[in-house]
Write a protein that binds this ligand. Structure first.
Ligand SMILES: Nc1ncnc2c1ncn2[C@@H]1O[C@H](COP(=O)(O)OP(=O)(O)OP(=O)(O)O)[C@@H](O)[C@H]1O
Length: 352
């Protein structure tokens, strides 16, 4: 295990920024720490780096307890969201800075910087100053500078936050490929689920200072363990009582449910749907064009549901009647997440 946090508590005054945080990161993995603003992601990253100290609990890096080890001796590279490059230094000088401080021999500094400017694709621009580079290029320099001392572990705090949308997408893919090529264990903080899902091997979801769930993105998406995760991941809609819908009347315990758009089929009429008897009647409340499809909000029995429709299908408008087939819902009865399937569908298929 490369990084392990055990029962970490950290208060700022009476505020619990970390409330019994436990997590493990395997060597060579690229991990996304994902959670809403204020959920304690940066605090976790800063404690691993040694820039903040836990009130209690243990931090291990490569099997060694590092609680009392100063930041500079933990073998960690850190990339901040705002590049933090030195304005009066060129690309080469920025990358070499930490190595000079460490008194690495000049020949070796040159060799390492040569390799790194190549790695980040900026060999041609190595004499430029930060203000002569784009945001994406600056962030790549910050990345190279963090890698220069050959750290065991790389920490990145919202590394894409200050970069515009298109470049951010390219940089994400570049970062993922480069980190895998280098095989360096890396943890990055983000509050953007698309970013976490696209970049990370595994994600760790934080909420109110603790870890809600950890694992590969697809597993978390398909099997959220808590209502918070089900709600936070994907485009989910909360319904206070899913048992009012056809095919879900036997729900036991709590009737609160979460529906994802892909759990629904929204049809303009009976011709568009295979099992009309299992579907609910609804009224279209809004239609949003989403590029490759449309998102449709339909009110069914007083609850607003969201689904997608292909652009190839009949257009729906606000006020139109629609049929909504709810295939399944997430239910949280008994504190456990369960997927409940629509039983009316089975009955209808027997009839057919
Ligand atoms: N040095 C500090 N002093 C007081 N409170 C702090 C300090 N650092 C963080 N906090 C508080 O701890 C909480 C968690 O902060 P943290 O930065 O870890 O959250 P985050 O999940 O990274 O949020 P964001 O996505 O907004 O950066 C926040 O409410 C923040 O205000």
């Amino acid at each position: 295990m490369e990084v392990e946090l055990k029962h970490i508590h950290k208060n700022f005054g009476t505020f619990k920024a970390s409330d019994d945080v436990n997590l493990t990161v395997e060597k060579g993995k690229l991990i996304g720490l994902l959670g809403p603003s204020g959920s304690g992601k940066t605090t976790i990253l800063r404690m691993i780096a040694g820039l903040e100290h836990p009130d209690s609990g243990d931090i291990f890096i490569a099997g060694k307890r590092v609680n009392d080890l100063p930041a500079g001796r933990r073998g960690i590279g850190f990339v901040f969201q705002n590049y933090a490059l030195f304005r009066h230094m060129t690309v080469r000088e920025n990358i070499a800075f930490g190595l000079k401080v460490q008194k690495v021999p000049p020949k070796e500094i040159k060799a390492r910087v040569d390799k790194l400017v190549e790695l980040i694709g900026l060999a041609e621009f190595d004499g430029r100053y930060p203000q002569q580079l784009s945001g994406g290029q600056r962030q790549r320099v910050a990345f190279a500078r963090a890698l220069a001392p050959e750290p065991e572990l790389l920490l990145l705090d919202e590394p894409f936050a200050a970069i515009d949308a298109k470049v951010r997408k390219e940089l994400r893919q570049w970062l993922r490929a480069t980190i895998h090529q280098l095989g360096i264990t890396s943890i990055f903080v983000t509050h953007d689920q698309d970013e976490a899902v696209e970049v990370a091997d595994d994600i760790i979801i934080t909420n109110h200072g603790h870890v809600e769930q950890a694992g590969p993105p697809a597993a978390i998406y398909q099997h959220p363990e808590t209502p918070f995760v089900a709600d936070f991941i994907g485009e989910s809609v909360h319904v206070p009582d899913y048992t009012v819908f056809k095919g879900f009347s036997n729900g036991a315990g709590s009737h609160e449910g979460i529906l994802r758009p892909e759990f629904l089929e929204i049809a303009a009429d009976e011709e568009e749907i295979l099992m009309p008897l299992a579907a609910e009647q609804g009224t279209v409340k809004a239609v949003y064009f989403r590029g490759s499809n449309v998102q449709v909000a339909v009110e069914v029995k007083g609850q607003l549901l969201h689904g997608w429709r292909s652009l190839e299908k009949k257009p729906l408008h606000e006020g139109d009647k629609a049929l909504v087939l709810i295939h399944r819902v997430y239910s949280f009865a008994g504190g456990k997440t369960q997927i409940i399937e629509n039983s009316a569908k089975q009955e209808e298929s027997v009839v057919i």
